[in-house]
Design a protein around this ligand. Structure first.
Ligand SMILES: *Cc1c(COP(=O)(O)O)cnc(C)c1O
Length: 487
């Protein structure tokens, strides 16, 4: 078994095995773990073309994790099973001039399920391998989708507790109910008076708070993270870029070796970074378009090399992308410029909210879509093809149109489709027809079913009737106190 070692993005002497990196979540100095060298795929195209999703997952994950074949297959088989509503796990569908990679067929209807279905198994296995005895406490900040996917993955897993912090007024009604109705005695859900960045910053501070760490260690607890800063989240996401490419070859869209482009609706930069890793492993992917909404900090970064979070924060119809601090970009910075520069850039971000970096990677570029363009994209694709996209996917579609117009490229494009339209019925239906604007989000589920011909997914059928089990609300300054209180 190949052993990839991990190192810190701010200090290369901070080394860890995969298991250690998964259990810790983040480096002791606040940096992130990255592989010390990105491994190469060791299977031939012919072999890869024969595999189902689980076999492919094994071939990718074995290169990154210090697990035995038996351990890894156990994790994979329990993650990618009939929790997904299609045998393919991730369908690639062609509509009009684009291919859509549907990453939303898991229990919570968003792409976060791709990684969070397997992370609990990876974490338990890693903890066991390390002989850990403490109870793991997962702290997660969410812009909406991670929270539910993490709760679903970790609920009732013994030896692990999970706390989720979400921005009270920054998620859709369906997203909110998905979280506040969560079952499982080991779960705790808290609404934050603040935005996602406030929640994420507070959680990151807790991870580096030595005093709190010592205090809780004495009680037998140890923190970890289910956010996309955990490499246990990132690595499983590499799999579906390979999968998409293989399906595109099978569909006759490309021959093996020809480029295939991807447009990725981006927030924390985890999804697109996994695609970039796949390309470094030897996947013949072409260009990556990093799509943003009005919170277009990444668009500006890829255009100018200046990352500046000092700007107004917009609450948009694509809330999972309402992010001004894209944590995983730190990994790309380190791959491009090394630890010393990354450390200085992150210090500047912390102190002044802005830094400059030299962008040596030309494979990624930025585009963005306004709210109006997002709505127009939903309507246009529906009119032309009958396909109903969610708001995040629509941002990617609009970005793809702009990229095409600017670059003149005609390379086949995969739109990474990150959520079911059923998570965002109100905005999706309003985009299709203004007459739905005042309607209740749940009434609109039935309408969407009629219009799209896609049945309401089982996990959210009747969600509005379920009992609310979590009513906690907390000021953003008091998160640490809240954590102490719950444990
Ligand atoms: C999380 C999420 C994104 C953003 O993904 P990142 O990995 O944070 O860039 C986009 N769309 C949806 C629906 C999401 O849940």
């Amino acid at each position: 078994m190949a052993v990839t070692t991990y190192m810190g993005t701010r200090d290369q002497s901070l080394k860890a095995s995969a298991s250690e990196a998964i259990v810790r979540g983040i480096c002791p100095d606040g940096g992130l773990y990255i592989p010390q060298g990105i491994p190469k795929m060791d299977r031939s195209p012919e072999e890869l073309m024969q595999m189902d999703y689980r076999q492919l997952a094994y071939e990718v994950l074995k290169l990154y994790l210090d697990f035995t074949e038996e351990e890894l297959k156990y994790c994979i088989d329990h993650a990618y099973d009939d929790k997904f509503d299609t045998k393919q796990i991730v369908p690639l569908v062609k509509k009009g001039d684009a291919l859509y990679l549907e990453l939303f067929h898991g229990r919570t209807l968003a792409f976060k399920d791709m990684a969070l279905s397997i992370l609990p198994y990876l974490m338990k296995t890693a903890a066991k391998k390390l002989g850990m005895r403490e109870e793991i406490v997962i702290l997660t900040a969410t812009s909406g989708d991670t929270g539910k996917a993490a709760l679903e993955g970790f609920a009732n897993v013994d030896g692990i507790r999970i706390m989720v912090f979400f921005p009270e007024d920054g998620v859709s009604p369906v997203q909110k109910l998905q979280m506040t109705t969560q079952e499982g005695d080991n779960t705790c859900v808290v609404g934050i008076k603040g935005n996602f960045d406030d929640a994420q910053s507070a959680v990151k501070r807790i991870f580096t708070d030595k005093e709190l760490e010592t205090e809780l260690a004495a009680k037998g607890y140890r923190f970890s993270s289910a956010n996309s800063i955990n490499i246990g989240r990132l690595v499983p996401q590499i799999v579906y870029y390979y999968w998409a490419y293989i399906q595109a070859v099978k569909m006759g869209e490309i021959s093996w070796g020809e480029p295939l482009d991807f447009t990725v609706p981006t927030g924390n930069f985890g999804d697109i970074l996994a695609g970039w890793y796949a390309a470094q492993m030897g996947l013949p992917a072409g260009h990556f378009v990093c799509a943003s909404n009005d919170n277009k900090v990444l668009y500006d970064f890829f255009r100018t090399g200046t990352y500046d979070k000092n700007r107004a924060f917009h609450v948009t119809v694509s809330p999972s992308m309402d992010i001004l601090i894209s944590s995983n970009l730190e990994r790309l910075l380190c791959h491009m410029g090394g630890q010393e520069k990354t450390k200085a850039e992150m210090a500047a971000l912390q102190e002044k909210g802005v830094y400059q970096a030299e962008i040596t990677e030309k494979r990624i570029s930025g585009e963005y879509a306004t709210e109006g363009e997002t709505f127009a994209a939903i309507k246009e694709v529906f009119r032309k093809t009958g396909y109903v996209m969610d708001t995040h996917t629509a941002v990617a579609y609009a970005a793809y149109q702009k990229y095409r117009a600017e670059s003149g490229s005609s390379t086949p494009m995969v739109i990474v489709s990150t959520a079911s339209p059923y998570k965002f019925t109100k905005d999706v239906m309003t985009a299709l027809d203004e007459k739905y604007a005042g309607e209740d989000a749940f009434v609109l589920m039935a309408e969407l079913e009629k219009v799209s011909g896609v049945p309401v997914p089982e996990p959210i059928r009747g969600i509005q009737e379920r009992p609310i089990r979590h009513k906690n609300v907390c000021e953003k300054e008091n998160i640490a106190a809240f954590v102490r209180g719950w444990l």
